[in-house]
Design a protein around this ligand. Structure first.
Ligand code: IPM
Ligand code: MN
Length: 369
């Protein structure tokens, strides 16, 4: 939504989080600042949330952090949660930051580009850079996730969480998928603009409803091909014919699962950025978790977070009609492309040995060039 005119200053709420969160967050901030030069356009302020904070204080997402995120122009995040830090019910309180933010700021669109960058060898041996380039649009506020904290265990024998799908929630995410497809160049395989609705309509009524509502919305977009896939078949298609896809729109948990699968085909979770946006707020973080096993070693792949920084600048720029930000976002994307092409600058998860700092500095140098 292009709601306002350029601002002289944008307030960014920053939450580093847990595990590798602080490292990748700082890498992303360094690149963003380099891309914007001395313009002073973005003002970063750090707030706390996550599993470490919960261990210290019993609160994982303080009111002060929420208020700052709500009032900021955008929120930038490293990663939160620690698998060893669990509440009495077995779930991770550290995840509340991201999850609550989605609900409370109505960040209904979780946009996950899956793109094979030059220099990255896909596990899918038949695909070259340019041949995998689609976006997963994950509905971000409904489905089973909407039940978080509200599930029931009865007599130690029966557990239930209820999935929610609404007409309004489905209409707006599907509409967004068509708009997104219009702004892109179509699927790599045939250049066709295509929206694939991914569900389990053959088994559950709520998914059949999702599909029916999607069909209604599609009537407004006759220029774009409408395609359907069941979620189980989709896991096969994303491996066997990823070049067929342009925009995939799906329910919350299905989107969570296939975005990891998609990431695995373009180098892994470390390469995967995310924009989670509503009509008023935007939240930017890599799709990966906090990877506590490699935290503090300086070897985490910072690219997912750096690319998320690029998405943040693009989103802010489009929203405020601020060309300097749009340009900086595009330059971050190109700079990452140049860096990854150099085998000496590949991170460990892509088979290289470059440290986070080396990669981050190289992206900054490529930006300056
Ligand atoms: C993601 C993550 C989150 C999710 C976790 C950290 C709560 O896996 O953003 O994909 O499940 O949505
Ligand atoms: Mn996930």
């Amino acid at each position: 939504m292009n709601t306002t005119t350029p601002k002289t200053r944008y307030e960014i709420a920053v939450v580093e989080g847990d595990g590798i969160g602080p490292e990748v967050c700082q890498a992303g901030l360094k690149v963003i600042q380099t891309a914007l030069g001395d313009s002073g356009k973005l003002n970063f302020k750090e707030y706390r949330a996550g599993a470490e904070l919960w261990k210290e204080t019993g609160v994982s997402f303080p009111d002060e952090t929420f208020a700052a995120c709500r009032d900021a122009d955008a929120v930038f995040h490293g990663a939160a949660g620690l698998p060893t830090v669990t509440a009495a019910d077995g779930t991770e309180p550290g995840l509340d930051f991201g999850l609550q933010l989605r609900f409370r700021l109505d960040l209904y669109a979780n946009i996950r580009p899956i793109k094979l960058h030059p220099g990255v060898t896909s596990v899918l041996r038949d695909y070259e850079p340019g041949q995998i380039d689609y976006v997963i649009l994950r509905e971000n506020t409904e489905g089973f996730y909407a039940a978080r904290g509200g599930g029931n265990i009865v007599r130690g024998k029966i557990a239930s969480d209820t999935s929610i799908i609404t007409r309004e929630g489905t209409e707006r995410i599907v509409r967004r998928a068509f708009e997104l497809s219009r702004s892109r160049n179509g699927a790599p395989r045939d250049g066709k603009r295509r929206v694939t609705v991914c569900d389990k309509a053959n088994v559950l009524r709520s998914y059949a409803f999702f599909r029916a509502v999607a069909k209604e919305v599609a009537a407004d977009y006759p220029d774009i091909e409408l395609d359907f896939a069941l979620i189980d078949a989709m896991t096969v298609h994303l491996v066997k014919r990823p070049d067929f896809y342009d925009v995939i729109v799906t329910e919350n948990m299905f989107g969570d699962i296939i975005s990891d699968l998609g990431a695995a085909t373009v180098g892994g979770m470390g390469m995967s950025p995310t924009a989670e946006v509503g009509d008023h707020n935007g939240f930017f973080q890599a799709a990966h978790g906090s990877a506590p096993d490699i935290a503090g070693q300086g070897i985490a792949n910072p690219i997912g977070t750096i690319l998320s920084g690029g998405l943040m600048l693009t989103w802010l720029g489009e929203r405020h009609r601020d060309n300097a930000l749009i340009d900086a976002g595009a330059r971050i994307d190109r700079a990452v492309g140049k860096v990854i092409e150099n085998p000496n600058l590949l991170p460990g998860d892509l088979g290289g040995t470059a440290t986070s700092a080396k990669i981050t500095d190289a992206v900054c140098e490529a930006l300056a060039a």
